[in-house]
Design a protein. Structure first.
Length: 72
């Protein structure tokens, strides 16, 4: 799922924020919760392996995106 934009790296004060990593394969699949700094490392490793993961805030509700998928 290519995105037309990129986010800048977070400020130092946010690197210890808790996030959730998701994978998308017809639906959103949560993989794990971790700190943002670790999630960025995992994201880079996944990209090197040709995989794509998505990082969201810990309170992300994948059902919100599931509704969008149904409408498209």
């Amino acid at each position: 799922m290519p995105l037309p934009w990129q986010n800048p790296l977070p400020l130092d004060e946010y690197i210890t924020s808790r996030v959730v990593i998701y994978y998308y394969s017809g639906r959103w699949i949560p993989i794990k919760y971790c700190r943002l700094i670790k999630a960025i490392e995992l994201y880079r490793n996944a990209k090197l392996e040709g995989r794509e993961i998505f990082i969201f805030p810990a309170d992300f509700n994948s059902d919100d995106f599931s509704e969008l998928d149904k409408n498209n």
